[in-house]
Each structure stands twice: as C-alpha cells, then as structure tokens.
Write a protein that binds this ligand. Structure first.
Ligand code: 5GP
Ligand code: MG
Ligand code: MG
Length: 190
C-alpha cells in the first residue's frame, strides 16, 4: 500500500519516509479553515486573499474554492535569504501585489510558519499600506513559531520541528505537487 512508500504513486519512489498529514485530512482542514474565515467576513466586503508564493499556492486555491463567500486573490513572491531549510528574516520582494490594499480586508494565506520571521516582515510591509484589516491563515505551524509575538488568527495543524514537503512545500523545488504533507528521507538532503 501507499503507506509503505508514499512517494511512489506520485513519481518519487524511495524519497519519502512517511505521510504526516494525508490528503483527506488536509482537505477537511482546508474546508474548516475556509468556513471559519468566511464566518468572520460579510458578503459586501469580500476578503483579498494574499497568496505567498510559491508554498501557499495549493492551499490558497483549495481555500478559495472551499469558502462559501466570494473572495479575490492576489500573489506575492518573497525570498528570505537563508539555507534551503531555514529562513533568516532578511526578505526581498520578488513579485509584489498587483492590487492596492488600502482599506481592503486582507487575509494572508501561508503554507507554514516556522521561525515566523518571514511572516513578521510581511505583516509589517502590508500593514504600512493602510489595509482595513489583516488576518493570517496558515496551514501549518511549527513549535518555534510560538516565540514570535504574532498570533496567526487561523491555524490548521501544529506540527513537530521537522522539515516537511508536499501540498505546495518544496525541497529544492521538488515535491510541491504531492497532495499530502510528508516527511522526506534523510538521504534526500544534499
Ligand atoms: P519562517 O520565516 O517562518 O522560518 O519560514 C517560513 C518559510 O520557510 C515558509 O514559507 C517555507 O517556505 C519555509 N519553510 C519553513 N519550514 C519548512 C518546512 O518544514 N518545509 C518546507 N518545505 N519549507 C519550510
Ligand atoms: Mg510561506
Ligand atoms: Mg521552499
């Protein structure tokens, strides 16, 4: 069965050690988060979903489709200097939003909060543009994140301090296409 080699059915035989959050569990959580965010908005002020590329792309598109209210979507690409598996907090904008967020209700859609450095920077940056409100929804959060003084309003799963891939999350640009969140085998790290 897939449990024995979760990567195999997706073209990554022998590369993953286990599934941390399976596809059904991910999708159920996306629906739950989408309902929670929708409940905090009114129909006349559709939220602007800000997808933080590239990791949050799967989550954002599933999230928008699961929301029982309309939303708009924009994309921002940022790069935080650091190694492949950690971030430094030094952030550079690779692609900025197309929309003006002044007086908009913004929902930042994040894949994962680890140190929280990337998100702190992003919040400060977007806050300076005068939005009506900014909330954060993140699918995953690691224990380190409790050290930063920013509490994302909506959190999908608290996971252990391990490097995960899948459902948008990559290692060297691979594994984003997996429909679940999994753990990479130690032998896959260069
Ligand atoms: P932070 O600034 O919170 O430490 O890191 C946030 C970013 O680092 C995420 O958006 C993601 O790109 C990357 N990251 C942090 N933890 C992981 C992980 O376990 N797996 C992957 N693939 N990326 C991670
Ligand atoms: Mg991210
Ligand atoms: Mg990455």
């Amino acid at each position: 069965p897939a449990e024995q080699d979760p990567g195999a059915p997706h073209g990554y035989p022998g590369e993953l050690v286990s599934v941390l959050i399976d596809q059904e569990t991910v999708q159920a959580k996306v629906r739950e988060l989408a309902a929670a965010v929708a409940a905090d908005h009114t129909l006349d002020t559709p939220p602007l979903l800000v997808c933080v590329l590239k990791g949050a792309v799967m989550f954002t598109t599933d999230f928008a489709r699961a929301m029982p209210i309309p939303s708009e979507m924009d994309f921002m690409a940022i790069s935080s200097y650091g190694s492949a598996t950690t971030s430094s907090g030094v952030v550079r904008i690779l692609k900025d939003l197309n929309s003006d967020i002044t007086d908009r209700r913004v929902v930042i859609v994040e894949d994962i909060i680890d140190s929280g450095l990337t998100l702190s920077w992003l919040l400060k940056n977007l806050q300076s543009r005068g939005p009506a409100a900014i909330d954060v929804v993140t699918l995953l959060r690691k224990p380190e994140a409790v050290k930063v003084p920013l509490e994302p309003r909506y959190v999908g799963f608290d996971i252990p301090t391990e490097f995960v891939v899948g459902y948008g999350l990559d290692y060297a640009e691979r594994y984003r296409d997996l429909p679940f969140v999994g753990l990479l085998g130690a032998h896959m790290y260069a």
